[in-house]
Design a protein around this ligand. Structure first.
Ligand code: PMP
Length: 430
């Protein structure tokens, strides 16, 4: 595979952009090859600047559940752009978007738009602290909630991929307000509540962990968090930046039937444009300025292009018959194929899947139900696998600790290509 253009582009980029990229995992550092520079994409196909063609299972890290450059999304964005790209003033489509979210997500009565998942989570914990008049939050080791200071404590995703789960630049006083518990371990949460009585504002959790690779919540874990937070006067925040509109119309809260107080969203909600949102019960959301004392703002929040893309994507998901059943069927087919490949070749792989998000962990552990078990993965093996997969024309995450996403645009042919490419790659690294 010729990748000279990408190599040259990366050289040039590194002179003017730190590490040559605007978000760390894109640098492919952990897999030891130069990043692929993208030229264009359509549906499930991505072309790089050397003209190589890949079938995409990254989906821009989750947002593109309809596939790339979906015609209806493009049309909505073009129509919006023709009327002006930003006003910093209210528009009708913002209310339409909020109505659509309130309709789809069961626990949300009011919602505020922001520009990224990071902004959504930062704002949600400020609101939780303002509402409860308490300062501490609990997060789980290996969960990632964006790059806000309070969350760069035992963080997942790129932070663990690069071995940087705690970041310099986060002050000690900020770090001490974030307590960490173990995912799928209610006792670890209870102990923190016992130790810090009446001081914990909120527990924030990825209802399905996606940033240590996919780790599903154990039976009763989310319900247990609901009970512990209620008993202790703290809010429960579901970070549904990945799971929102992916596991069901109403996200993980609908899928598992556990209702949080606040929900943070990103990715799919923007239809591929930079959008995030957070929402919840009216009495909590009404603490926000201008009607309440908790301040949060944004020049480009509710941007008309972003709203046009996001609303089109959400409506499509809402209105397509059997959208989530189809995703489930396709993802189950892929998971079965990947499991079979590993079994046939006698390789130790744990395949975790919830709906259309999955991770194949290269580990000798029998199961991956916790961060510690996820960390037993052989990342050197993953790197070798990744290189082989790319050679087979598969575009997958350059890290063990991410998800593989199935989209509505994937065809049977795409899924078969993935299963075949996976087998070829496994044979090569065996
Ligand atoms: N929360 C979760 C669960 C995420 O997966 C991410 C990003 N991968 C974020 C928050 C941060 O979102 P963004 O990258 O849009 O800031």
């Amino acid at each position: 595979m010729n990748n000279n253009n990408s190599k040259n582009a990366f050289q040039k980029a590194q002179e003017v952009i730190p590490g040559g990229v605007n978000s760390p995992v894109r640098a492919f550092k952990s897999v030891g090859i130069e990043p692929i520079f993208i030229d264009k994409a359509k549906g499930t196909t991505v072309w790089d600047i050397d003209g190589n063609e890949y079938t995409d299972f990254v989906a821009s890290w989750g947002p593109l559940i309809l596939g790339h450059a979906h015609d209806e999304v493009l049309e909505a964005v073009a129509n919006a752009a023709a009327k002006g790209t930003s006003y910093g003033a209210p528009t009708l489509i913002e209310t339409e978007m909020a109505e659509q979210i309130v309709k789809m997500v069961p626990s949300i009565e009011k919602v505020r738009m922001v520009n990224s998942g990071t902004e959504a989570t930062m704002s949600a914990i400020r609101l939780a602290r303002g509402y409860t008049k308490r300062e501490l939050i609990i997060k789980f080791a290996g969960c990632y909630h964006g790059h806000g200071d309070s969350f760069l404590i035992k963080a997942g995703s790129g932070a663990i991929t690069l071995g940087l789960p705690d970041s310099p630049g986060v002050t000690k006083s900020t770090a001490k307000d974030t307590l960490t518990a173990d995912y799928n371990n209610l006792d670890s949460v209870k102990q923190l509540f016992d130790k810090h009585k009446d001081q914990i504002a909120a527990v924030i959790v990825e209802p399905v962990a996606g940033n240590m690779g996919v780790v599903p919540p154990a039976e009763g874990f989310l319900q247990g968090l609901r009970e512990l937070t209620c008993d202790n006067g703290a809010l429960l925040i579901f970070d549904e930046v990945i799971t929102g509109f992916r596991l069901a119309k109403g996200g993980a809260q609908e899928y598992f039937n556990v209702m949080p107080d606040l929900t943070t969203m990103g990715k799919i909600i923007g239809g591929g444009l930079p959008v995030g949102a957070y929402g919840g019960r009216k009495e909590i959301m009404d603490m926000l300025a201008p009607i309440g004392p908790v301040y949060q703002a944004g020049t480009l929040s509710g941007n008309p292009l972003a709203m046009a893309a996001g609303l089109t994507a959400l409506k499509k998901l809402d209105e397509t018959p059997n959208a989530y059943e189809d995703l489930e069927r396709k993802a189950a087919f892929v998971a079965a194929g990947l499991r079979q490949n590993a079994e046939d070749l006698g390789m130790n792989v744990v395949l975790n899947r919830v709906g259309s998000m999955m991770t194949a962990f290269f580990t000798d552990s029998k199961q991956v139900t916790s961060f510690d078990e996820a960390m037993t993965s052989d990342t050197t093996k993953y790197a070798a696998y990744f290189k082989q997969a790319v050679e087979s024309g598969l575009y997958i995450a350059p890290s063990q600790y991410e998800c593989l996403f199935i989209s509505m645009a994937h065809t049977e042919k795409d899924l078969e290509k993935l299963i075949k490419g996976n087998r070829k790659a496994l044979e090569a690294i065996k």
